[in-house]
Design a protein around this ligand. Sequence first.
Ligand code: HEM
Length: 403
Amino acid sequence: MSCPLRLPNGQEQEQLGAEEGMIYGEYLMLDKILSAQRMQSAQHNKPVHDEHLFIITHQAYELWFKQIIYELDSIRNLFTMNLLEETQTLEILKRLQRVVLILKVLVDQVMILETMTPLDFMEFRGYLRPASGFQSVQFRLLENKLGVRKEHRVKYNQDYNSVFGNDENTKREIEKSETEPALTDLVQRWLERTPGLGLDGFNFWGKYEEAVELLLKNDREDAEKEPTEKIRKYKLKDLEQRKEVYDSIFNPNVHQALVKRGERRFSHKALQGSIMITFYRDEPRFSQPHQILTLLMDIDSLITKWRYNHVLMVQRMIGSTQLGTGGSSGYQYLRSTLSDRYKVFVDLFNLSTFLIPRSYIPPLTDEIRSQLCLRWGVNNITVTNGEGQDSNSQEVHSDKQHE
Ligand code: HEM
């Protein structure tokens, strides 16, 4: 049945009733969502007010995890293409931006649960055992799809699969997320195709190595001229250390050894691509890739911030010595997950180590500049044929893909 709705301008608008289609609650299946808050304390006839908040908070997290996974899957799909159209780069940017904003909400959401006091929590905590966020399938999927690897997890966390017991579907889903290419793998493949890395083309890496050599040589000359012995020694020592750091990227064997130790994740070529994009980010075709790299770091930062906020909340609620309801050492275990081992894009954070002053950045050749430049509009080159008619109108823009 429909009834008219009076609008401010006096006109009436038909309101649609249930028989015309789905109404709000049906569309959102609110009957399911809003009846899914089963308070254990109430079931035990000792209702605790704050358990309601505890459940709602976790459910809200799980819904947002679902959306993040949905976005990540679609971003991974876009990256899977060998030839990434630049129109799709914008779509990737948009979705990464969305993930970042959701994560910001998730980081702040911890505060709402912190309005519950440890004493309130204690009143119903006993009913939760053995349930724990440790068993959040979606959190593991999210980590795996980003690229957290089993071997990089802390020991207790390497066995997380066992918590899913006989749930074969979940186990299969988790296994799939561990074996299929994660976002970090796909980003690396894309970075490896950065234009300008080819030895027979611009040969960015060769030029960068020469620039670093010149920089270190000039800095050494300056340091040797330093009159104060203490400062001279300090500068020379610092120089030695910087040289060692640069050697670690110029020597593929050293790089590989660091990858093996888990200190570096990116392939050698992907690292080259990310350094090149960072240097030439003002070139139009590198500006979106540069934004993508920034957003990937934001994702890592925000997840680390979430882990940190969660650990602080856990310490506030159960202290630092009580075991978790999931059976871990609780606070101590969670604190150990704050390390760089859980940062999927740790190499992007460490890029700053390899930057050189702008004046040393190898200048672009005309050829590579024309590849990286996108001009707006149409440049009409008019050629008149014998009869005085236009025979050609040429559009000028660089349309080579990031391939
Ligand atoms: C009173 C609030 C909370 C307390 C005391 C708490 C406590 C803990 C503890 C002790 C662990 C370690 C595993 C274990 O149980 O032994 C854990 C893990 C976890 N919790 Fe919470 N938690 C709280 C709220 C939340 C919320 C709101 C979420 C949101 C989804 C959440 C998600 C997780 C996740 C994903 C893990 C696994 C982390 C990892 O293994 O890296 N927790 N929690």
